[in-house]
Design a protein around this ligand. Sequence first.
Ligand SMILES: [Zn+2]
Length: 306
Amino acid sequence: MAEEQAAGELRRFLLEGQPLRGHWVRLGAAWQELRARRAYPPLVEALLGEAASAAVLLAATLKFAGTLTVQFAGSGRVRLLVAQCSDDFRLRAIAHHDLADGEAVGFEELVGAGNLVVTVQSDNSSANYQGIVPLEGGTLGECLERYFEGSEQLPTRLKLAADREHAGGMLLQRLPAGAADAASGEGAGALLQSTWEDLQQGLQSLAPESLLDAPAEAAVQRVAGEHDCRLFGATPVSFACRCSEERVAGLVRSLGIDEARAALAEQGALKVTCEFCGRDYRYDAVDVEQLFASEALPRADRGPLN
Ligand SMILES: [Zn+2]
């Protein structure tokens, strides 16, 4: 669908004959839809756009069906940030903050001292994992590079950018050399090392704005330089929330019946609004009693906020 394509695009690329790969993402309508759910000051919005792009780039590295969540909660002005992307590239993100609209603070004050947590939930829960790194570095991209260094032990470079119209990013990764590469000797190793260095330099020299407006071909060409690079077709990325009746029912059950009844008595109905998409879920007295009567049903698993 043409409309869906315009929401956001992910493109994969690789260096011919080398265990080097990359992903490029740009979010257009998907980012604007996400922004439209809640008003953020520009600094928070930029950080959220970068985190959303990062979640897509990281989800692109998943080898199985599931969701990837980039999250941090620290002592900074942004108290909580969650960006989540599924393996079929449905994206949602949210931030809580206490920053005023015109306030200017640096990255460190924005995120504060805390941890960046990357969580992978596989659909069959066989490959769940969580990586935690301190929020250190001048940018979200640098924090994520440390995550890959520590948790995945894959040399990775990231550049992220966001403005009001677009969010985007590029990820470069050096994969472990296969047995065939190892057998081909020192010359091949030196070539791989120098190609990897060229790519990193290329990414460093890439203006962040070009991730927001230049065609993917131009950005990838700029990074790959004279190396032989193959760029694959676009995969659509969309804004979509994973909230559902079932998940919210699980959340209400987790309150306990006493608290649910107290909220009912106070407000006449129990209302739960999904923070990611703004959808309202409403339970009257009968709904609440039914929810707790069906307690024996399997509990819905819950995402970070619902
Ligand atoms: Zn929702």
